[in-house]
Design a protein around this ligand. Sequence first.
Ligand code: NAP
Length: 542
Amino acid sequence: MSIPNDRPAATTSADVDVVVIGAGFGGLYAVHRFRSDGLSVRGFERAPDVGGTWYWNRYPGCRCDIESIYYSYSFSEELQQEWTWTHRYATQGEILRYLRYVADRFDLRKEFTFNTSVTSAVFDDEQVWTVSADNGEVFRARFVLMATGPLSTPIDPKIPGLADFAGVVARTSQWPDDLDLEGKRVGIIGTGSSGIQSAPVIAEQAAHLYVFQRTAQYSIPAWNRAYTEEEIARIKAEYPQMRRDAWETVGGIIYEQPDHDPLTASSEQREAWLEKAWQRGGYLMLASYPNVIFDERVNAIVGEFVKKKIRAKVHDPELKERLTPSYPFGAKRLCADTNYFETFNRDDVTLVDIKENPIDHVDAHGIVLQDGSRVDLDVIILAIGFHAFTGTLLKMEVRGRGGLTIQEKWANSTGNYLGFSIAGFPNLFMVNGPGSVGVLYNMVPASEQHVDFVADTIAYLDSHGLASIEPSEEAERNWCAHLLEIADQTIYPKANTWYMGDNVPGKPREFLAYAGGGPAYFAHFEKEASNGYPGFVLRKRG
Ligand code: NAP
């Protein structure tokens, strides 16, 4: 829905209509959309420039694991036509250039204060949020949009002695621009997407690379390559239809469906199909069979196929087994790699199995393992992940109605409605928050959908003389029960993952995403909008 720019100003004591926190994909589009709707906006971003996760995660080998033509905005046909992706999977640098282009193209930077973190957001009796930032700026706003990203707060490593290390400690999520790995002894701790993408590239630079692995991972080759001119011309001609078709799919990406049931098909038929899926590569292996996440028998079929592929890549028989995962396929976020497993065939790369022999501590010269053996290093790279979904909000003082803090609200479980709103926190919205489909979907259209829904909701409130909206306790309770009900039908709870909150000590163990797929998820929003927001409490001004 588009609102003309001459909409009447709402009568409150607010300085702006909306404060947007974060200048990544969600926050940038939000500023554009809200401004186009005639709303006044103030944005805050802790980085010196736009980009969000793509600003910070600049480690060697960092690429998107969703194809560029999908992992990009759909809101502007002109933008789609102007921008040309060079590769099937864009590098971090290319995505950052794209977001900078978008910021320039739509003149978005002027609404943001950069190098500034929001420290608190407090809701008051006048139904206005007071938002304070660490540079001293304070804004009173009718609405707050947390476009802070589900993976934006790195976890604290808590490795004894790390501060004593005499070499360099770097994080994949805050990569130093001037780190030269040429000829160095480098250790990477962590084998999630960040470790798996960076290891093969770092191996090319380092004198010796040690990969400290706690859990072997499933990873599928990305088969990255440059797009041809013909492909780009075809994609640009078909973009609008392609976006519509992608929207209808479970994950927001178009892929071929199998023509057989894996449980009744012959092994030859299954093998041929899985080989095709493997050759297509990347995250889409998770879509090889529609019920791979729901049916353990199907999951085992796909998992065994991938394990066989992994073993075939690695020469050393003992290494083969150490690198082969042992949890259900896809239960941890599936990785897409370029030569990850092959890297372990190099003489200058060593796998250190820290499940068998955990890290005891770090000293000035390197990492000491529990059996007393040591690995001397010049650089330690932490690729150990994020306090996903909730970490960034929990770092702030966020107080809703009656002074309720977000820490109190989320102490035992992460109450949310539709993954974008929270009971007790009126007029505060999240982009791809806990309980959303976001991390199991294509994040860019998922961000656009949240922002559009929030913009349409604000327009609804304004046109009905309403001051605030928040989910009812009942709607929130039912939604959270629904999230867990779906998750319990899947293999997701069967591994230790950031999806479940397992990587942060003390975090409640619960599945924090919507596993029912995009179309079912978005239908909940349509139902709310077309029925006058039955799951929400709407309050009048004054
Ligand atoms: P991650 O998936 O959480 O992986 C963290 C790794 O560090 C795991 O191997 C974990 O082992 C290990 N680890 C954590 N704490 C440790 C400790 N104290 N000692 C030893 N090992 C430890 O983190 P990530 O690789 O940064 O990826 C996070 C998510 O970001 C991904 O799942 C993906 O959604 C997104 N991402 C996307 C891309 C992309 O699109 N290109 C790239 C990077 C990241 P355990 O498995 O045993 O816990």
